[in-house]
Design a protein. Structure first.
Length: 393
């Protein structure tokens, strides 16, 4: 069953049953404007056309490495289009090709050699709310805590293979996938067109995937059906969803998403802004509610996950006193670049009262979470230690 058919059947089944209950028995909430799938409040925090994964309930039903598609966060600039995969076509065009534009249908892409990989996709603004909460630096944009990330198993064809078949010239410099989502209109009325962002040819030919499956099933509409980019280690804006066109150029390409947005602006950066964002930073999250109540005198096994766009996780440390003392956590996965590493930490608090948990990760490239993240105008790439309050009773 393709993604278009899946969405149609799910809607029909819900309407026919009248119960609003999927097979798992979880009550469905109505999707927000711009999002197709249901967003149960026990799984998601809604942010207008975006939906943040709730870490505090993740462990209850998702102890595996990958986040199930129905629980995966959603980041939309506008809204989710539902595209018929049978009529959809991918057009590869531009002066970086030896000849005219080339088209591919989904069936043609599926006949090409397939590649599967696990990778984390994370919004560049993940953790943005902590700029204000911990650093007293107010920033605009979606107030993500740490739930703007997910790891999935992706399957598709390498972008390098499609570019080769399209007739890539040696002189090609940039590749720009263009989404089929509705045009993005700014608050002051400027129409910036479809979401699009160029990739340097080196990255495009390295490990980028044109994915048509997620977690062993066809992509669903909210996650890019029928085709999306997978760009391991890079910020989520590079992972263009609903790809309809790929422009290949013999010179640099530009869009608002690598000039006006997704660059660092602020006192610590050049006046014209830093370079377009590429790699992600180191972060850690507890699979525990903020403010959770834990019993004194009992051993509690805390769980969490840490990740980095620059390299594999080398170690994770946990503090139970707000960052004054640290102990090693036990890594539960063999660290793998581009994903996350699960960990656990045993803690036996003896005395009731408030405590502040902190997790700190370091990767094999030497990057470690600092106590304070560099402020920037848009609140991108928050990598500082996140204070996680709990109460011992």
């Amino acid at each position: 069953m393709n993604a278009f058919e899946y969405d149609r059947e799910q809607r029909a089944a819900q309407a026919a049953s009248g119960s609003g209950l999927p097979s798992g028995g979880v009550e469905l909430s109505a999707p927000v404007a711009g999002i197709v799938k249901p967003l149960p409040p026990e799984w998601f925090v809604r942010h207008e056309t975006n939906a943040e994964m709730r870490w505090d309930t993740l462990r209850e039903s998702c102890t595996g490495f990958h986040v199930p598609t129905e629980r995966f966060f959603v980041r939309n600039h506008t809204g989710t289009p539902v595209i018929d995969p049978d009529t959809w076509r991918l057009t590869v065009t531009g002066d970086g090709l030896r000849g005219p534009a080339v088209e591919f249908g989904l069936a043609e892409l599926r006949r090409l050699p397939a590649t599967s990989l696990s990778s984390a996709v994370e919004c560049a603004g993940n953790g943005r709310s902590f700029f204000a909460a911990q650093q007293r630096h107010s920033v605009p944009g979606t107030p993500w805590t740490l739930g703007g990330i997910g790891v999935a198993s992706w399957r598709g064809v390498r972008l390098a293979e499609v570019l080769r078949l399209a007739g890539l010239r040696p002189e090609a410099v940039d590749v720009m996938p263009v989404g089929l989502d509705p045009d993005y209109v700014t608050s002051d009325g400027r129409n910036l067109g479809h979401v699009r962002r160029p990739l340097p040819i080196g990255k495009a030919l390295d490990d980028v995937l044109l994915a048509y499956e997620m977690n062993g099933e066809p992509l669903t509409p909210d996650h890019g059906a029928p085709l999306r980019l997978v760009v391991p280690g890079w910020v989520g804006i590079a992972w263009i969803k609903w790809v309809g066109t790929i422009e290949v150029a013999a010179g640099p390409l530009h869009s608002p998403w690598n000039t006006e947005f997704y660059r660092m602006f602020g006192p610590d950066y050049p006046q014209q802004g830093g370079a377009p964002l590429a790699g992600q930073v180191v972060k850690s999250a507890f699979e525990l509610a903020r403010g959770a109540a834990l019993a004194a005198g009992e051993c509690h096994r805390l769980h969490g996950r840490s990740w980095s766009g620059a390299g594999t996780i080398r170690q994770v440390e946990v503090s139970t006193d707000g960052g004054r003392g640290w102990r090693r956590a036990q890594l539960l996965d063999r660290p793998d670049a581009g994903t996350w590493t699960r960990w656990s930490f045993d803690w036996r608090p003896e005395h009731p009262g408030p405590y502040t948990l902190v997790a700190r990760a370091g990767d094999q490239e030497g990057n470690t979470q600092p106590r304070r993240s560099r402020n920037n105008r848009e609140g991108y790439l928050f990598d500082a230690l996140v204070l996680h309050p709990v109460i011992v009773v």
